[in-house]
Every structure is written in C-alpha cells, then in structure tokens.
Design a protein around this ligand. Sequence first.
Ligand code: BGC
Length: 831
Amino acid sequence: MADEPTTRADHARDAAVAAALGKLDLDAKARLLAGQDMWSLPALPEIGLASLVMSDGPIGVRGVRWTADDPSVALPSPTALAASWDPELARRAGRLLAQEARRKGVHVLLAPTVNLHRSPLGGRHFEAYSEDPYLTGEIGTGYVLGVQDGGVGTTVKHFVANDAETDRFTVDNLVAPRPLRELYLAPFEAIVAGARPWGIMAAYNQVNGSTMTEHRYLQNDVLRGEWGFDGYIVSDWLAARSTVGALLGGLDVAMPGPRTVYGEALAAAVRAGEVDRSAVDDAVRRVLLLAARVGALDGAPAAVTEPPAPVDGEALAREIARRSFVLVRNEARDGRPALPLDPANGTIALSGAAARDARVLGGGSATVFPDHIVPPLDGLTAALPPGRLTYAIGADPSDELADADQGFELTAVCRDAEGRILGTASVPGGRLQWAGSDLPDGVTHDTLHSVELTGTFTPRESGEHTFGTRGLGGFRLTVGGAVLFDGFQAPGPAADPFEEFFGAPVERARAALTEGERVEVSLLHTVFKIPDAPISAVALSLLHLGPRHDPDELIAEAVEAARTAAAAVVVVATTESVESEGFDRENLRLPGRQDDLVRAVAAVNPNTVVVVNTGSPVELPWRAEVAAVLLSWFPGQEGGGALADVLLGAAEPGGRLPTTWPAVLADAPVSKTTPENGELPYTEGVFIGYRAWERAGTTPAYPFGHGLGYTDWEYETIAATPSEARVRVRNTGRRAGREVVQIYLAPVVDAEADPDRVERPARWLAGFASVEAAPGESVEVTVPLRRRAFEIWDETAGSWSYVSGTYEVQAARSVTDRRLTALVEAADRTP
Ligand code: BGC
C-alpha cells in the first residue's frame, strides 16, 4: 500500500531529495528534465539516481520496446473497465499492471486516460472511461491506487480537454470555466484527491489560448496550487514547444529525448537570465521525488517496499472482460430470454470475421503485444461439446490491408550500408516500430542502413493475396522468389510527427497463393531519416489482405449455417483504420457488409445474438430485429474465453454502459470534433453525454447506465439525506447476480420562483455501488453523497458554490430506468 501523506517515510524522502538536489549542478539538473531517449530519463550516478523508465499504457505495459519478444498481458479496453462500474476491480487491474511494470523494469506507467467521451467520434474513445466525470474519477482513482500499491508511478492523462484527435497538436479547445471545472477537470481533481498520483501528463492541445504544456493557470495554479498535486508533470510525447514557456507553465519533464526544449536549452535559458534557477530546482525536486517514490533514488525509502501478492494476469483479464460486457438487449424467445444460450438445444452458428480474428485492443500508443489471444471462435470451441459449433466468416469488416500477422513468421535483419548484419529481432504482426534507443542489440541509428523483414507465409486460403507497406523510405517486396515491388515512399505534408508510426497503408502487389503452401517472404526496407526529426525512429509494416470473396456469397454461407442452428451468434467489429489514436471517426457505421450479415442471419434464425466488438459506440440499425445484443468492447487477450463464459451462462454479463449509445450519429447532441480556424469551441457547456440527451429530449439506442444481467431486481426501499442514500434491492430472479445501484441527483426546480437560476442538467450521477445477492435475497446498500454533488462552479466568483434546495435522490438501473426516489432538503454545510 502507498503511504499516507506526511509519514516518516515522506520526511525521509523529502530529506533524501533535498540532499540529492544540493549535489547537482545546473547542467545535470537541466539534463534530468529531458528524456534521454523515447522512454527514459538519464541516470545520475553521482547522486545514486537510476534512469527512470516510463511506458504505455492503459491496458497493459508494453515496456520500452515495440516487440512481442517480451509479451504483455492485455486487459480489456478502458471503456470496458469503466463498464464494470467497479473501482475495486480497477484497483486490481492496476496492481496487475504494476506487477507487469516491475517485471519489465518500468517505473512509471503512462496511464490512465481520463479525458471524457465528449463526442462519440473521438478516435481514442476506447481509451477513455466515460462521458461522466464522476464515474471517470472513481474508476481512475481505483486504477491509480492499484498501480501505486505496486510501487509503480502513474501519469494521469491527458491534462486537459484532449477529448478528440483531430489536429490534436494544435487545436485550441475553448472551454468555459464551468464545464472545465464540472466536467473536464473533475476526474483529474478527484484522482488527485483520492489517489495522490505521482504524475500527470500535459496534453498536446491548447485550452483557451494556451498550449497545455505551458498552461500556468491550469498546471501551477489549479493542479498544484488549489488541489495540492505534488507529483511531476511530463509532456505528452513531443508536446513541449518552448523552453521558457514550458518551465514557467509548470512542465517538469519534456519527452521524448534526446532533442527537447529542456536539457542544454534549459541550462542556457537560465544562464541568459530568462528563467530562475529556483524554477528548475522545483522541477528537479519533483522528478527526484518521483524517483524516490519508485525506489530509483539511493538512500530514499521507496513508497512501497513490499508489493502486493502476485496476480494471475490471464485470470484477471478474463474476469474483467466478463464483468465489462454489457448486455443491452435480451428478448424472450419461447418463453425464456435468448441468453444465456443452452447448448443442449442444438448447434450454435457463429459468424463474423472478428469471431476468428478478434480485435482485442485499440490502436496507437495503447498497443501491447500479448503472448496469445483467445478469439470468440476458440473460446466457444473450448467451452462447447464437439460438433456443437459451426463457423462461417459471413462478412469481413475490412477490405483493407492489415499487419501481416496471421500465417506469417518474420524476423527483422538489420544491416549497415555495407550489408553487414548488425542485429536481429522478432517482428510481431509484421510491424516494426523502433524509436530512440529501442533498437535490437548491436544496432544504432547511425549504423543502421536497412531492415529486412524476412521469413515465411503460410496462407490459410487459396486465391489472390494482396501485400502492402506502411512507413517511409525504400521498400523491396519479394514473395515466393519474385520481386513484386521495388520503390520508395516519400513523406507527405502531414503535421503529425507520428505519421511514420501510425502512417497510412499502401497497396503494393498481389500474388496468387495456395492454402497451406508456405512461401518465402521478404520486405527489404532502406531506412529513411526525416530531416530534423526530434527522435530517430524506424517504423515499417508488412501488410497483408487475404483473398476477397463475393460478399453476397459470404453472407449466404453464414445464413445457411444459421438457418438450421438452435442459435446464431454474429460478431461485428470495427477495424484499426476506424478506431485508433491519431484521428477521429467519420461516422458510427460498422464497416463492410456487417449490417447486412446481421439482418440476413436474423431473418432465418429468431435466436440471433449479436456481439459488438468495438471500443466505442456504433450504430446498430438492426437492433430490434435480433434476440440479444452484447457489447464486448475491445475485450483484451482473454476475451473469447470470457465471451463463452457469458454466452453459455457460466457467468452473467456484469457491465453497465459508461456512455450513451446513439441510435444514429445525427441524434448525438455533441459530436463535432473538427476545429475551425484552429479552434474547437465547447459550446454545449456542461451538457455532454446523458446531460445533453436529456436536455434535447432525444432517445438514444441505449442510455447511460443501462445493462442487463441474468437475474431480475426489485428496488424495494430508499432513504436519503444530503450525505447518503440507503437503498434496498431484492434479487427476484432464479440465479445469483450482481446489480449496480446508481444514484442520480435531480434538482427540483421552481422556474417561476427562480427565473435567474443557472441552468443545470436534469440529473447527474452522484454515486453508485454494486451489490451481490442470491435468488430471493435482499440487500441494503449505503451510497455516500459528496458535497461536490450539490455544487456548481460559480464563474463570477471563481469558486465552487453549494446550491441549497430540494433535490430528488433517485435510485436507478440506468439514467432513464429510475426505480425509487426520495426528496432531500440540501442546505449549505461545511465541507
Ligand atoms: C500519446 C500518449 C502516449 C505517448 C507515448 C502520445 O502520442 O498521446 O498517450 O503516452 O504518445 O506513447
């Protein structure tokens, strides 16, 4: 467990930090504030300081290399974790991640992401928790506590208002003080208060005219001054733009290195009198404190000396997945709900490309490389008696090139300009991403001239296979001894410096290949160095797309299997080119012919269950035509096993929606993510998510908080005061279950009596708690209500203001399914 504030260990750490600081000269201090490479800070042996190592990111710990050589446990997406509505489960996830970090020599995890689901189009929606700031703060607090229980630092990100990806390096998000405080800052504030995170990451974007890495008001005045945050602030990667501006704005560390605005530039700025030495000392002190906390500073007691008991990563990944799946629809068929399925009834016809090649995590910096993935097909095959499952692709969501993963065995061979081999490495999924010092042993950016991805490919289907590349520089592609492409990819005018890393796929060649017949494959890449690049990087992918089939035939095949089956399970999904870091979505449609597949299967099988394998909302235009809809998010490496548990009833789906699912994008009250003239005004104020849906009076496909289990609940009694709600619920179904009791606070407004009142949402989430009960059992739960739940940010006074008056305390199963209410008179009380 992390120590409480101002313990003896805190004093000892402060003393060790002060002593270490006193021994450093200006140049060493300036050096410590700048990355030495992509992921670490320099060691300073003269003060017993080890190199501090950071790593992404929310659902796993990648370590300092983009390689599968040292695999990472991949947990379900952050949206999924939030769908559990269980901060304690988030804490257990955090403890596992700390264990993973320690195993990989990582001191600081670059997570959690606590930006909000402002627009369903946000490209990193899957990586953030919720549209609700309170739920986000609770889950984030659990997560941070868990990681830090294990003695590993967290970096709560991205501070602040990085709620979309379009023009993320430059966009100026214009957010009025009230929504800034009540929505976007709120999770950060809650986590600082509840978990004392050791780090915060400053976002790329601007807020109200100042870029976040230089935002003196938000970083120094609010975060440190008002909230008492005592950790370090690190820039998002390449977000620091000015030496003096960033230091004065409160930024401690500029990442990545070695070319940053700190280091030598900072020492020079101090010597030129542009910044005070004391500002540098303050930043260094905070970095040394971080080092002390994680045990990287000799003589300072680490915050955790005995990490918690080891966690079984696979078991936890599967448990979180089960607990996160949201059953949004489960219609009765033949007198009983469609789910769970009863395998005794006959065969199950599974379809959907993602049932075989599951999408288990979102793209971008959150990517990790698990040592195995359990797709739905494998999970169900393992759980069902032989012969009870059929599989047909049905529809492939992607006709795009994807990383050469399935059937490829590739090694990267690094050579110098003379063709001498410098080193080799494995290449997970045909993708290679090396930045800074993240290079195979024996290889340096200076000596590296070419990288050859070489090995074999065993097709799982006969037909015309398409190959492509991602990355900049020279490419020569050879398949089965024939050179299919030899050319050069020049950089585009892209503004995003991560273009190389997450760049666009380009088709290069096609080859007719036979199922099961292994062919030699080589992609020879001549390294291209971007002039003036802030970091040296080598990034390329071999891409592949299997033979295309007539989409109508694929659907027909799945329909034939479904026609005679007892039940049909269709897995639909987005692709990496739809949901990933670096761009926002254009629409909420499922790619390819997946909607047609669902409709066609549902037309022949009344027991059609659709599993939605996406990180964020998609339109489900057929939802009323199918028996059941289960949202499985990006379920992590054990997703297929968890899916079998839930579909077959070994466990109930435990999730509740952390975000409203629109029926169609056009209904979403807030969706725009494209800035105009560099600005994105948050004109909706405090009305995002369900707050906005309720105000607009529009009905979504599925409301915030919604989710069904496998039993029924009756809400029996409620008693409330302004500081707590007590609710009794009874499990009236036939199996044990778990219920998330949600407490909303709705102000009782007398518009006539108070015409000048500040407009507030109709209601907001003020608390929640989970209960478990056996069939017939009733359980009482007490949910504390915080003072803050009754407050608004007073823009005139620049402070929180308690709004006295009558409130309805509502106990609910979702924001729209409210079961019991009690009135309370809230009068101002001391905090
Ligand atoms: C992302 C951060 C991430 C960092 C390092 C950035 O592009 O925005 O979330 O931690 O890269 O990978």
